[in-house]
Design a protein around this ligand. Structure first.
Ligand code: NAD
Length: 353
């Protein structure tokens, strides 16, 4: 009887960071009867006023104060570097945590987060929402079903055009962001590559600061990743992509699968499947367009709820985040040393756990 009641009591949700993404999370949580939005923290007085007006919940300037309130779950949508100690403190207090990407600014921070989750036994999910975009999810399913044969190579690109004054925003300041465009949008691409192909065995990267005065951060990241079995992936993420772009192209021995767009300013979300004809010539092509509002956030939320309520396996788990950040760290080293670097076998094995 008691455990039944415990099962239906709404989970009390706290939210740290009421910016673009925090607002999106708050909206979803507030509309879900299985949970109760129970507090918000943001150091910005404007954000706090808006949060208080929209949601009748306690609003704090400091996330540490929010964490002293009775909560079951914390959603962390603060700038990258501030997000880490908040998420770690929440896990230590026994809360489940949904933390926006990236999983820390570097491998050390990711490890700190993951070991706090392991010690607490709570769910730690990282917000790699792109996996829930319908075209991306369908592509992954099709690749796994063998629809294009053995993967031979991939080309992944993501970018937007930044804006004047970007260097004054948190993303343009190393002490707040912990990394440039490789970390910001590139981490989504690295997550998708890892999801599709697992761990590379060697990587090469070049980082460029071409337009925005964000040094020591980069506004463009280029990478080549080599996989056991011979597949090669090229990655370009950019803050100088003057027209927003998302493109995920997977080439197999018998065809290719291509996602273009994510909806909104990234253009219609489409999935193309080209099937190579044995006799050559233009491929047989099928296409699908996924219209309507971006459903990835809601689907990600359902995955998180399912993990918390039923201990179901979920996407964006600590082991996956560790693998992604190992690759990202290696890419940074490669760019610094200006050479291709192996991913140590021990690292790859640890990441696969
Ligand atoms: N999954 C995605 O596609 C996606 C997209 C954008 C951003 N993000 C991630 O979401 C996070 C937030 O990004 P955003 O675009 O919402 O940024 P934002 O600038 O719109 O909002 C950040 C908010 O955090 C607040 N903040 C600053 N320090 C804080 C602290 N110590 N405690 C609590 N709040 C604090 C700021 O005042 C601001 O209101 C980042 O980690 C970012 O990488 C993910």
């Amino acid at each position: 009887m008691t455990s039944n009641l415990a099962n239906i009591a709404p989970l009390r949700i706290g939210l740290a960071g009421f910016g673009l993404i925090g607002r999106r999370r708050a909206q979803i949580a507030a509309a879900d009867s299985r949970v109760q939005l129970a507090g918000i923290a943001d150091p910005s007085p404007v954000a706090r006023l808006e949060a208080a007006a929209l949601y009748k919940v306690p609003v704090d300037a400091d996330a540490r104060k929010l964490l002293r309130r009775p909560l079951d779950v914390l959603l962390v949508a603060a700038p990258n570097v501030q997000a880490v100690p908040i998420a770690v403190a929440a896990l230590r207090r026994g809360l489940h945590v949904l933390m926006e990407k990236p999983p820390g600014a570097n491998l050390g921070q990711c490890r700190r987060l993951c070991s706090a989750a392991e010690t607490s036994g709570r769910i730690l999910k990282f917000g790699f929402n792109h996996r829930y975009h319908p075209a991306v999810a369908r592509l992954a399913q099709s690749v796994r079903a063998g629809d294009i044969g053995k993967i031979i190579n991939l080309r992944v690109r993501y970018g937007h055009g930044g804006r004047p004054g970007y260097d004054q925003e948190w993303r343009g300041q190393a002490r707040l962001s912990g990394g440039g465009e490789l970390l910001d949008q590139g981490v989504h691409l690295l997550d998708l590559l890892h999801w599709l192909l697992g761990m590379p065995d060697s990587v090469y990267a070049e980082l460029q600061t071409a337009v925005w005065p964000v040094q020591p951060l980069e506004d463009n990241a280029f990478a080549l990743l080599h996989y056991p079995g011979g597949a090669v992936a090229s990655l370009h993420s950019s803050w100088t992509q003057w027209k927003n772009l998302f493109s995920l192209e997977v080439f197999g021995e018998t065809g290719s699968l291509i996602v273009e767009g994510l909806g909104g300013s990234y253009g219609p979300e489409t999935l193309l499947h080209h099937r190579r004809r044995p006799a050559g010539g233009p491929p047989e092509t099928t296409s699908a367009e996924f219209q309507g509002p971006d459903s990835s956030w809601q689907l990600e939320w359902e995955d998180f709820m399912n993990a918390m309520q039923h201990r179901a396996p979920y996407l964006g788990a600590p082991a996956e985040a560790m693998a992604v950040m190992q690759v990202l760290d290696r890419l940074r080293s490669s760019a610094r040393l200006r050479r291709r670097l192996p991913i140590a076998v021990a690292q790859a094995a640890a990441a696969a756990v």
